[in-house]
Design a protein around this ligand. Structure first.
Ligand code: NFS
Length: 635
């Protein structure tokens, strides 16, 4: 099982799955081999009914579809639609949060405003004041203005004004400043339908704009409004991996993305009547744990343990110990419904947007949020007596972690206990104790050993004095690997980074939240630029991003908004664009001349680390910074 995952809990459960003939994503991945070569290269087009068409990659067969579209158009249109889908996912999440803020302002649904200071700060950016208004009044105006940005037809998304001036100017000059969130997604769908935009460069340019509407729009709206509603996270301790499931408690696993649901489940799981009901049913308590990004959300704000990342969703069920798994939207494998039926586990879907065949559905409505959450927890408790203890196998694997860093909190730490400033961070980069900073984010994918890409890349960068910020399933991988403990600085960090972690008592990998919270990385970069001494734009900074095990269209949108913001972004496997050499060159070379950022595709995390370090050094040299204080160490 070592070739499937580097995580011991996962290996143990895969062994169980094998002996009990429970099918997992890894098995299905193997059954799909060899995967369709046309699809991998992006040389298949299904956009209209004259097709499906394909282009022969060896130049012996057709080189154009029936309409005349060539490989450049095929690949660009497909990639453009991936960006649109990823942007739509993050942004629809943001829309739901904005709607919840509106409900909170109107006193419906039991939601409150937990961070009124942040409410006022963000409202001011939208021109809402004066401060004499009540929180509810301000929240109402803010929610309405933000909801309007989804359908805005002209103008600029407000949060884009957080980017450095030079960057905003560049976006305007290139015509890629996002106008309205929905508008950019719709326009991408329009441009890529049959017979509209066939110029691959023009399509990708709009791809950049669509992605910017995600990073500086939908995702940032999700993050900021969630902080306002549920509280801005501060560092806290928790535990991670399948070992957080408990033999003697009701295990409720929440999986998906939107904290509107999971926050209420946290409240419901603490309800004293329900606790008592659990005891009546023979359990010692109610144990709430999370999978994927909704897990990151409630981890960051409440210290709720994480059962696992994307590829562990089926394995959590395979423990036989989950009494209910509650899902909302995104990254939920359809396979869960049949797997749950092999155990007593109740799989409960909650979003009208995401129903699953043969699966119980309890509609979650913000108006009745707490009521619905309690009902869900009650179902889980009532299912506890159906658990067969002989079929329970929980791996004895879990790890300590610290999470809850934000652009507001973390660098305050680096600024010392009493003064909030990015100066010490900038100085550490300038004097070479830190070589740079890298965001490692994104998914798992059975096409690469589970967690291996995240962990190896992290290790290589840490020993070379690179500070890591992590989110999504990558942060969970690193947490399981032990990198989110302060002690990890002694075990893995180079001398410069170790010195900093030791002085402020932080781990060398900072967990900044769910995937929508990659927007926190954008905000942090903006703070670094405005602190001064490292150039006037993002593209000058010795920073990079990486998604070393990507699978989701959301990862593509994220990659594009970081590139559009001027960063080097590494992905392990290439986009389905290799069938067009011109597209590949645009993505990996030419984009840098246009927006200052570009993609790097490299499946080997150690080689990727070298390339990223070389990039950081190049940026340092361009800024005429000192050589890094400590010599590089390579594997
Ligand atoms: Ni991100 Fe979250 Fe994980 Fe990938 Fe899915 S959970 S939003 S897409 S798999 S990191």
């Amino acid at each position: 099982m070592k070739e499937r995952s580097v995580d011991r809990a996962t290996q143990e459960m895969l062994q169980r799955a094998k002996s009990e003939r429970l099918e997992t994503a890894w098995d299905r991945w193997e059954l799909q081999q060899p995967q369709c070569g046309f699809g991998q290269l992006g040389l298949c087009c299904r956009i209209c009914n004259m097709g499906p068409c394909r282009i022969d990659p060896f130049g012996r067969g057709p080189q154009r579809g029936v309409c005349g579209a060539d490989a450049d158009t095929f690949t660009a249109r497909h990639l453009g639609r991936m960006i649109a889908a990823g942007t739509a996912a993050h942004s629809d999440h943001g829309r739901d949060v904005a709607h919840t803020l509106l409900m909170a302002a109107e006193g419906k649904g039991g939601y409150q405003i937990k961070d009124p200071q942040k409410l006022r700060r963000v409202a001011a950016e939208f021109g809402i004041g004066p401060d004499t208004q009540s929180d509810a009044e301000i929240a109402k105006s803010l929610a309405e203005k933000i909801l309007a940005e989804f359908g805005q037809q002209e103008g600029e998304l407000t949060f884009t004004h957080r980017a450095p001036k030079a960057r905003q100017e560049l976006w305007r000059k290139l015509g890629i400043m996002p106008r309205g969130i929905d508008r950019e997604v719709v326009e991408m769908m329009h441009r890529t339908t049959m017979g509209v935009d066939t110029d691959y460069y023009n399509i990708i340019l709009h791809g950049l704009r669509t992605a910017l509407a995600d990073g500086w729009g939908g995702s940032m709206i999700s993050t900021e409004l969630q902080d306002i509603l549920f509280g801005t996270p501060t560092p806290l301790r928790a535990r991670v991996n399948l070992g957080v499931l408990k033999k003697d408690e009701v295990n409720v696993v929440v999986h998906g993305h939107e904290p509107i649901l999971s926050e209420m489940l946290v409240a419901a799981s603490r309800d004293s009547e329900l606790q008592q009901l659990a005891r009546q049913k023979g359990a010692k308590g109610i144990n709430l744990a999370g999978i994927c990004c909704t897990a990151n959300e409630i981890l960051m704000r409440h210290g709720i343990p994480i059962a696992g990342n994307f590829l562990q969703q089926e394995l959590a069920l395979a423990t036989g110990a989950v009494d209910a798994m509650i899902v909302d939207v995104q990254c939920i494998m359809p396979a869960l419904s049949s797997l749950a039926q092999c155990f007593h586990t109740k799989l409960i879907a909650t979003s009208p947007k995401a129903k699953f065949p043969n699966t119980e559905f309890i509609e979650f409505r913000e108006e009745r949020a707490l009521e619905v959450a309690k009902e869900i927890i009650r179902r889980a408790i009532e299912n506890f007596p159906n658990r067969d203890p002989r079929r329970v196998q929980i791996p004895n694997e879990s790890m300590d972690l610290i999470a809850g860093f934000t652009s507001e909190s973390v660098f305050r730490f680096l600024g010392g206990r009493y003064r909030a400033t990015y100066r010490p961070l900038n100085d550490a980069i300038i004097d070479g104790r830190l070589r740079g900073a890298v965001g490692i984010v994104g998914c798992n994918n059975p096409n690469t050993p589970h967690d291996w890409g995240h962990i190896e890349l992290t290790k290589e960068l840490l020993k070379n004095d690179v500070l890591i910020v992590a989110s999504g399933c990558s942060a969970i991988a690193d947490a399981k690997g032990g990198f989110l403990r302060p002690e990890a600085a002694f075990e893995y960090a180079g001398p410069g980074l170790r010195e900093i972690c030791e002085a402020v008592g932080i781990p060398p990998v900072l967990h900044v939240g769910a995937c929508v919270d990659n927007s926190r990385i954008l905000i942090t970069l903006a703070e670094i630029v405005s602190e001064g001494g490292l150039g006037e734009d993002f593209s000058k900074l010795p920073v990079a991003g990486s998604a070393p095990e990507w699978m989701s269209e959301k990862a593509v949108a994220i990659g594009f908004y970081f590139v559009a913001s001027g960063a080097l972004v590494h992905f392990n496997t290439p986009f389905p664009t290799l069938g067009s050499p011109r597209m590949h060159k645009l993505l990996t070379e030419d984009l840098e001349k246009i927006v200052g950022g570009k993609f790097l595709f490299e499946p080997d995390p150690r080689k990727a680390a070298r390339a990223i370090l070389a990039h950081l050094d190049r940026k340092r040299a361009e800024l005429k910074l000192r050589e890094p204080m400590y010599t590089p160490v390579y594997a």
